[in-house]
Ligand binder design. Structure first.
Ligand SMILES: [Zn+2]
Ligand SMILES: [Zn+2]
Length: 404
């Protein structure tokens, strides 16, 4: 039996009588497989039946409950009619990709993916499968410099900043990049590293799982003492406002992110990411060698561009994962009667002489008494255009009455 997959508050995959959800953005009644502890992936962790790795559960700071099944890499377990196996995705501590195998087909969902070794993570495993659902955060052509080169530049900048009597300060993701930076500074410099409490919280979990991070929490006694003296490196989350910091005058601030080079403006930036760049994502697909690829995550343009490139460069059928409605081996039940009444509802919302943005029409019709879904309204809109009742205006993505 084939899979059908779609994006709907997470990645929903159906096969036989079973439905599972990956990285649900809310509580779900279906078995939930969580890839890692970044906020946009683990919101559903309090659901009834949840699978994740032990580090993920600890990093997400969810109390262990009976509903949590802790999974280990390369140890198969059963969900419904399928065998499921977690594999390293190389992104952050505990990050997993999942392979689901039925008697006729296999599917892998990557979650966030990094396909290069770093100081603290091993690169993602390329797990052979028929259908690959992969992230496309950096799905438009971009190139990250080698890690070794970035490490060297970061250390040089840190040393230079200290020599000038200043405080080298890194603004970055509190989970993932921050721990990689601490490890780098621990190995390459003798500087004490002070971390913001939000970073320290994650550091502790890394330590618990065997990463020997040397750091001082900013609010701890030692941290406060070192802060008074100077001669240390500081690591804070991206959204901390350092302009109001008492030390503001003394801070040399650098922004550390995969977007670093593109969006830093006039700030100092280092391009270091726990994702893979465009070209490395292609290498990954080539090594996995699936029959079909669905891209998800990132902007619409990212998903489309990466899918097109996979198709043209690797000759593997590839497309963005559909939202809401079924895709993959499609098992779509279009209720024609319902679409008919949806068209009537749309027409009731449209008055002559006005132009209606698509988004407005969709939400107005969804919020009507009949509670049509977004998918139904979109189908209803194209039906109305086909029937010649509405005219679609490309430039503004809007509709108007098609008057005779
Ligand atoms: Zn992530
Ligand atoms: Zn993500």
């Amino acid at each position: 039996m084939s899979f059908s997959a779609r994006q709907s508050n997470g990645i929903v995959v159906e096969f036989m009588e079973t439905q599972v959800v990956f990285d649900s953005t809310r509580k779900t009644a279906f078995p939930l497989l969580v890839t890692h502890a970044h906020g946009d992936h683990c919101k559903g962790l309090r659901s009834k039946e949840t699978y994740c790795t032990h580090p993920t559960l600890e990093l997400a700071d969810v109390q262990e409950a009976e509903s949590h099944h802790l999974v280990e890499f390369n140890r198969p377990f059963e969900v419904g009619h399928a065998e499921v196996e977690a594999h390293n995705s190389g992104h952050i501590l505990g990050s997993a990709q999942y392979k689901v195998t039925t008697d006729s087909e296999s599917l892998v969902y990557t979650g966030d993916l990094n396909f290069r070794d770093t100081l603290i993570t091993k690169r993602a495993e390329a797990v052979p499968c028929d259908v690959l659902i992969m992230e496309s955060t950096y799905g438009t052509p971009c190139y990250f410099p080698s890690r070794e080169y970035m490490y060297e530049r970061i250390v040089d900048w840190t040393t230079f900043s200290i020599k000038r009597g200043r405080i080298p300060t890194f603004q970055t993701d509190a989970l993932g990049n921050a721990q990689e930076l601490i490890t780098l500074l621990n190995i390459e410099t003798a500087l004490p590293v002070i971390t913001h409490p939000r970073v320290s919280k994650y550091n502790e979990v890394y330590r618990k799982f065997g990463h020997n991070l040397q750091y001082f929490d900013e609010k701890s006694e030692e941290g406060l003492e070192i802060s008074c003296g100077g001669n240390y490196a500081l690591i804070v989350p991206k959204n901390v406002n350092l302009r109001t910091d008492v030390r503001a005058e003394k801070l040399d601030i650098a922004f550390v992110s995969g977007w670093g080079a593109r969006f830093s403006g006039r700030r100092k930036a280092f391009c270091l990411s726990d994702h893979s760049d465009f070209y490395r994502l292609l290498d990954f697909v080539e090594e996995v060698a699936p029959r079909k690829v669905f891209t998800c995550h990132g902007s619409h343009r990212s998903k489309v561009t990466l899918a097109k490139k996979i198709q043209s460069a690797l000759q593997i059928k590839s497309m963005p994962l559909k939202r809401e409605s079924s895709s993959g081996v499609v098992r779509k039940h279009v209720d024609l009667a319902r679409i008919g009444s949806c068209v009537e509802e749309i027409m009731a919302n449209v008055k002559p002489g006005f132009i209606y943005p698509k988004g407005w029409l969709v939400s107005a019709t969804c919020n009507g008494l009949r509670r049509f879904t977004k998918g139904e309204v979109e189908t209803g809109l194209s039906a109305s255009v086909k029937q010649g009742r509405l005219r679609y205006l490309h430039e503004t993505d809007s509709f108007e009455l098609n008057l005779p």
